[in-house]
Design a protein around this ligand. Structure first.
Ligand code: SF4
Ligand code: SF4
Length: 477
């Protein structure tokens, strides 16, 4: 058996690990079946401590006939995260009755909202702290009585507009954000619908492309008509292209195959490969006139306006400790413990729960954590497979520099990020060129959380810039 930073390999199995244990490994190929799908899994890893070859990871393709994902029963309680800090006297109060699909706005001075995914009673409204200390308002709703659907969207849906999508569908599966399409200062020329997930081992958006063709076509037609954007692309794995003949056909969209090598599905990589555009440091894809939406987000738009009903059920990929995977459908807000119970996942002391995929996901400390509109995967890592992050210093091996797809001097960048010198990290070492693939953390010989330092640096700089902008706005008012 070979043990590596992320993978243990033997003749028939592979599984995920973190940390670095043995400096070289080769590749693994496996084809397997689960949930009725044949998964063609290519994990090709070829790495030398001395950097003779880069590790290569390949996305999985979801081949075979569609199937029904595991359906999770409606939970007793859902919890929804409003994306703004808790403040006293919200407009919604504990004890209020809510219906399925009801829009809940909490504060008069903002347009943030959540959509109730169940019918019941608001049982608590409290502060919640997320990654890097981000502040949210957590709203819990106890499910009670017969399910009733709120009618407000049904009336609004008679005449679709982008503003209505923003006003009602932000908090639906896939989180269809319309900000870019509504920004008159940065006109969007191309919409890319992602039929492939951004991280490895996840099949959520591939499944949506295969199983929800009509909803995606409706969504694309609507977005095209409402935004006036003529150029629409669907990006998906090459293996799915032959099955995707009917998708986008009616709306006349362009189907494009994504390279199977990670991180080809990240937006800035797609900008280069599909559109031949390099996003300059500090700029976004939207600055360059391109808007990326997940296939599930587009399907949410399509089905919401067709059925005049806000969708509240999220599809996600559950990656178990033994690396088997299950696609599940569950109400937004369901605690992940309910998913674990249904799918026979038992947790032991020291196991790790990761929201997202192996390269870019974030660990959470409790299985009470609820599914949110953008939760595409939940991964469980067994205690014995978790390698603790080390506090060893950088030994200047250069592995992170060699693997970085953005060609950043990562070994220098991480020094400034680790020391909290974020401005210098941005000004001198290309912090904003990072496309957030996580490969540097994977290869780091010292086990440094390189990617996490980089994300923290960006978050802190953003906070400072937002605070400065608010201060300036107040002074000018
Ligand atoms: S996460 Fe690391 S490897 Fe990936 S682009 Fe950023 S610095 Fe480079
Ligand atoms: S940060 Fe890690 S991978 Fe990069 S040079 Fe230092 S020890 Fe090597």
């Amino acid at each position: 058996m070979l043990e590596t930073g992320c993978w243990k390999l033997d003749a028939g199995n592979w599984k995920l690990e973190t940390g670095f244990k043995l400096p070289s490994l080769h590749f693994k190929f496996q084809s397997t079946t689960f949930n009725g799908f044949e998964w063609t899994l290519f994990i090709m890893v070829k790495r030398s401590f001395f950097g003779l070859a880069k590790p290569q990871f390949r996305y999985e393709s979801l081949n075979g006939k569609p199937f029904e994902p595991e359906k999770i029963s409606t939970p007793d309680r859902v919890t929804l995260f409003l994306k703004r800090p808790f403040a006293p006297n919200p407009l919604v109060r504990t004890g209020d009755k809510v219906k399925t699909g009801q829009k809940l706005s909490f504060y008069e001075d903002g347009d943030e909202y959540v959509i109730s995914s169940v019918t019941g009673t608001v049982s608590s409204i409290s502060p919640y702290m997320g990654d890097f200390g981000k502040s949210y308002t957590a709203v819990s709703i106890d499910v009670a009585g017969e399910e009733e659907t709120d009618e407000q969207f049904g009336t609004a849906a008679e005449e679709p507009t982008l503003e209505k999508i923003k006003a009602f569908l932000d908090f639906t599966p896939g989180a269809p954000r319309m900000d870019a399409l509504l920004d008159a200062d940065k006109p969007i020329k191309t919409i890319v619908v992602c039929g492939i997930d951004r991280d490895l081992l996840i099949a959520t958006n591939q499944y949506v492309v295969k199983s929800r063709v009509e909803a995606i076509n409706n969504g694309i037609s609507l977005l095209k008509k409402l935004s006036g954007v003529a150029h629409i692309m669907i990006a998906m794995p090459r293996a799915l292209m032959k099955e995707a003949g009917s998708i986008g056909g009616a709306a006349g969209v362009e189907l494009r195959a994504i390279d199977a090598g990670y991180p080809a599905s990240l937006p800035k990589m797609m900008m280069k490969e599909l559109l031949g555009k390099v996003v300059p440091e500090g700029k976004t894809c939207e600055d360059m006139g391109v808007c990326f939406l997940n296939a599930e987000a587009v399907a949410s738009v399509g089905s919401a306006f067709k059925n005049r009903k806000i969708p509240v059920t999220k599809t996600l990929t559950l990656i178990k400790k033994d690396m088997t995977k299950v696609l599940v459908e569950t109400r937004i807000g369901t605690p992940i413990s309910d998913i674990f119970n249904t799918c026979d996942v038992s947790l032991d002391q020291g196991d790790r729960i990761i929201i997202g995929g192996p390269m870019t996901g974030s660990a959470v400390y409790s299985d009470d954590y609820p599914v949110q509109p953008d939760t595409d995967a939940i991964m469980v890592q067994a205690n014995e497979d978790v390698s603790p992050v080390s506090d060893y210093p950088c030994i200047n091996c250069g592995e992170c520099v060699r693997i970085c797809p953005a060609k950043i001097q990562v070994s220098m960048l991480v020094r400034f990020c680790e020391a909290g010198e974020y401005e210098d990290a941005a000004d001198l070492y290309d912090l904003y060129s990072c496309i957030e693939c996580g490969l540097c953390s994977f290869v780091c010989v010292s086990g440094m959380p390189v990617f996490q330092y980089i994300r923290l640096a960006k978050y802190e700089l953003d906070r400072v810039r937002i605070a400065e902008a608010e201060e300036e706005a107040t002074e000018n008012a």
